[in-house]
Design a protein around this ligand. Sequence first.
Ligand code: NAI
Length: 439
Amino acid sequence: MRYDAIVIGAGPGGYATAIRIAQKGKKVLVAEKDRVGGECLNYGCIPSKALIELANSIAYLRDMPGMKLDLSPDFEEWQKWKWSMVNKLTGGVETLFKAYGVELRKGSATILDRNTVRIGENELECENLVIATGSVPATIAGFGDVWYNRDILDFKKVPESLVIIGGGYIGIELGTAFSKLGSKVTVVEMMDSILPGVDRDLVSPVERKLKSLGVEVKTSARVKEVTRQGTFTVKLEDGTELNAENVLLTVGRRPNTEGFGLENLKLEMNGRFIKTDSRKATSVQGVYAVGDVSGEPMLAHKAYYDADVAADNICGEERHVEYKAMPFVIYSDPEISYTGTKGEKVSVFPVAANGRSLGMNNSVGTYRVYYDSSGYITGAGLVAPHSSEMISEVSLAVEAGLMGMDLGLTIHPHPTISEGLREAAEASYGKALHFKSGR
Ligand code: NAI
């Protein structure tokens, strides 16, 4: 039997491609050597956000004047809950596979040629092949048995002290969470700022918050050596020595292109990534690549989007990716969310003037909406509680070609954090109600 498509990898990119193809009535098989749901559902996005939510809730009560918190967390129990929650989610994906007739084959797939994949003893034939093998954490040789994202998210006890090497997405998100849970956290970042590549205006409120939490951030700092004798010693190039119960290494991820016969296809590469065109097609006819393995940004929602586009093309409906309103979210405190581009003009509203945020004991952050010279919204950068839930309003504004007035004249419910976004937009053509100036 010849499949219309075989998908390798059942993370967000792979499982979404498989379901989309099956929804169009085609015969599709997906191969997965580990757990359905990939890094994101099992060991990344979902469990890390569950942990961050817990840490935020604890810190919220602890920091609220007048509250006395007497908690005795049992993280073994919490881990059981976490895995049961993750299993519900991944079980849901497997149920969808069954409902749409996607064939799931557990096992390690090897590509023999563009139409043939071996899984275990079987050689399977396909019309189209989709590579959705994701990414793996970057490692540094000689750094010993440090924690990576999977290890830290399976913790059973909060470490008294934690050194995090890498002040990127994972370092800042988990550093904040473990600090709130009681660890003494030190973040070591080799660049001159944490979250390199993210606009400074968005990062500085988060830096202030990290400071107030007692997180020590060492920038322009390079790690020379990590040794362990019971506890860890992290030696920096300037001679500083940091001691910690645990070390988390989170210095980026690299595309997973090894160990599954990719070399047999002789695909064109783009650095370490598989090169694709805007249809998510590779240089070899009938072979597609989606998600982390096919290029930056390595984000699950980009993988879902790639999956839609690849599936349409495989099913004969030509479609192209257009990443112009790609949202980015960092689950820091407050959350940083941005989308689109900076444009030529900006209008700003402070979180300190938003009633809902104040009621949540948070006055840190800003709403920044960006416009082109004609006043069309080009993007936004939001540093505010739950900004992850607001940023899509701006992506929609960019996609729909809206102006500041379109957002500003739209009634937003009161009291909400999203009202601040409306007021920032209002400031682009007049005055925000709750803030003077704003232009
Ligand atoms: P990252 O690329 O975000 O950050 C890595 C950091 O490590 C950078 O700041 C880099 O300058 C620093 N670094 C690199 N080598 C170093 C060294 N030797 N010493 C000190 N610092 C060093 O990577 P991260 O945090 O590991 O996350 C991996 C991926 O997962 C990212 O691509 C991100 O897109 C994704 N992710 C996304 C999340 C979200 O969307 N909220 C959450 C977590 C991860």
